[in-house]
Design a protein around this ligand. Sequence first.
Ligand SMILES: C[S@@+](CC[C@H](N)C(=O)[O-])C[C@H]1O[C@@H](n2cnc3c(N)ncnc32)[C@H](O)[C@@H]1O
Length: 266
Amino acid sequence: MDNSFNASYTEYWEQRVNQLSDGTKIADSDIADLFLPLLKIQPHEIVLDMGCSYGRFFPLLFKYTKHIIGIDIEANAIQKAADYPYTQLETSALEKMGFANESIDKAFCWATFDCTEQEQVLIETNRILKKEGLFLVTGKNINYAIKDDVAFIAERNAKLKSFPNHFTDIKKLYDLANDFGFKIEHGFAFSLRGDFGLAKAIPINDKNLNEPFYEYLLVLRKIEENKDFSEPICDLFSSTAREKAHSEGFEDVITFFKTHQDKYGI
Ligand SMILES: C[S@@+](CC[C@H](N)C(=O)[O-])C[C@H]1O[C@@H](n2cnc3c(N)ncnc32)[C@H](O)[C@@H]1O
């Protein structure tokens, strides 16, 4: 278990979602509400709030169904989430959840996938979703714009604090989704850090899939069971940071980050 997630992290997150930091606003319930209709939640359906933290999205999800299960690795967050009438709350990693096969109708994973071992989470989510179940997931793309200094500083600072940060190779995910047992129904890109919080969404298509962008939101449909398929689809560094390091003559990205922080601060 990663120990980056503890009571102080949850406290930090509760404050961060209500403040601008580095000039960017975290995508909130109003933004989520723009995309939630894509999950087509019916009032009888069970929704899994994956990485629910203190329950930020409970009131929104509750508008669609009263059957909401919350799961988070951080025990204090789950204690706070218990202020809401979740049907069930579990303290657990998303990589190995205690739910039965095909027991969940819809899965919602907001601002959490990048903290996890993504291949494992795809396999687990496929296992617990009912056939044809939908999975809404947001994350960070491995290839963001070289000019996106705010994204770069955020990556550098997170890494130097040893915060778990996984960048999805979105092109690979599109190529391999079927092998993981999913079909990608909808994909949206957010070009620069901060664009997600402003709902500046660009639909992903074959042409712009290879273009740089910072964040994404996908809706995946379970089409079949995953038969132990697992190929890497993410990396601990963005390709943007790797390229920057390389172009400045550094072989090791962490050394580059430290040198960059010593030189430029923030
Ligand atoms: C950035 S917060 C987002 C919380 C919530 N989804 C929201 O948007 O308000 C990330 C959450 O993921 C949880 N988390 C991190 N790694 C996890 C893992 N492997 N399994 C389950 N939860 C995890 C953290 O405890 C934290 O609550």
